[in-house]
Ligand binder design. Structure first.
Ligand code: HEM
Length: 288
């Protein structure tokens, strides 16, 4: 379907359509309860999740530059016998803001550039993003998907300096409050002459910082949404679920952003390793 013209796309060109497929903890557990991806997310603070909007056996992440393509491709894939839709969420990414050579990030629905810090170098991606093993999952990764409704009105009513203190970066440029350029990480030890942290104690970039959490980096690729309510469809990829759960726990302790959020859908999925002609998608984890 992604390769070019496909009857099921109703005459539309596939363009840059991608389909990322993951399987939920129940199916991974059935193969081996010790595999990465077998563990589900524990409950967290500020959740209001209907049972049907939690978890699931299959993740289909459809992305395309043409907003018409994902719903058509989704309808085609959902016509697969045995597949039943549990929950869905659509979202969009705004215009690309240049971050560094070959890296861009969009703004989110609170106006801040989102998706700057993450595993960028091949060494970081090897260490924190891709699963090196065991064999049935090697080359895959763990996705976390959270629909996070945001109190945009309350946030927008804050003076810009207070908005920036919530995140720890400048709203217009994306530069950390400790200085530098947009591509730089925050310097968490930097202080004003009178001894206050430039990046406040409750700033999101401090509470979520890998060194503060004591976990690895996650590749965050989130989508802003407008319906059913304004917010962020948070998506992260990491090779250890603990990276996500430990980061969220650190945020729950003191993050100034968290009180603006209510999570209304959630799931974690093992993103399957890639495929070729000899080994169809999923055949390594589920040999026939
Ligand atoms: C609606 C909710 C959220 C919003 C609007 C949001 C937004 C942002 C923004 C604007 C940044 C700073 C720029 C950047 O590095 O991309 C950031 C950084 C970050 N966020 Fe979030 N975020 C949200 C939820 C989360 C959650 C749930 C997690 C993980 C549990 C998370 C993890 C991170 C991490 C790891 C960083 C990088 C921190 C650093 O090292 O500087 N965020 N987020």
């Amino acid at each position: 379907m992604t390769a070019g013209k496909d009857e099921r796309l109703l005459g539309l060109p596939a363009g840059d359509l991608t389909v990322t497929v993951g399987v939920g903890p129940r199916l991974v557990q059935a193969v081996d309860p010790h595999l990465p991806g077998a563990k589900d997310l524990p409950p967290a603070a500020r959740e209001a999740i209907a049972p049907a909007d939690r978890g699931g056996d299959l993740l289909l992440q459809l992305c395309a530059g043409d907003p018409l393509v994902p719903p058509i491709a989704a309808a085609a894939l959902l016509a697969t016998p045995g597949v039943r839709e549990r929950w869905r969420q659509s979202g969009a990414r705004g215009p690309h803001i240049p971050v560094s050579d070959g890296q861009t990030a969009p703004r989110n629905v609170l106006g801040f550039v989102d998706g700057i810090v993450g595993p960028r170098t091949p060494a970081e991606q090897q260490r924190d993003l891709w699963l090196a093993g065991p064999a049935p999952v090697a080359g895959g990764t763990i996705a976390v998907v959270r629909r996070m409704v945001l109190d945009v009105a309350r946030f927008a009513a804050l003076p810009v300096a207070e908005q920036e203190a919530v995140f720890g970066r400048r709203r217009d440029t994306g530069v950390p409050l400790s200085g530098g350029s947009i591509a730089d990480g925050p310097e968490l030890g930097a202080k004003t002459p009178d001894g206050r942290y430039l990046v406040p104690a409750g700033a999101h970039v401090r509470r979520a910082h890998a060194n503060v959490v004591g976990a690895g980096l996650m590749l965050r690729r989130s989508y802003s949404m407008d319906a059913p309510a304004p917010g962020l469809l948070f998506v992260s990829f990491q090779n250890d679920l603990h990276t996500f759960t430990a980061t969220l726990a650190s945020m729950e302790a003191a993050d100034a952003l968290l009180p603006f959020t209510t999570t209304t859908a959630s799931g974690t999925f093992l993103v399957l390793p890639g495929f070729d002609e000899r080994r169809p998608l999923g055949s390594i984890l589920f040999p026939s």
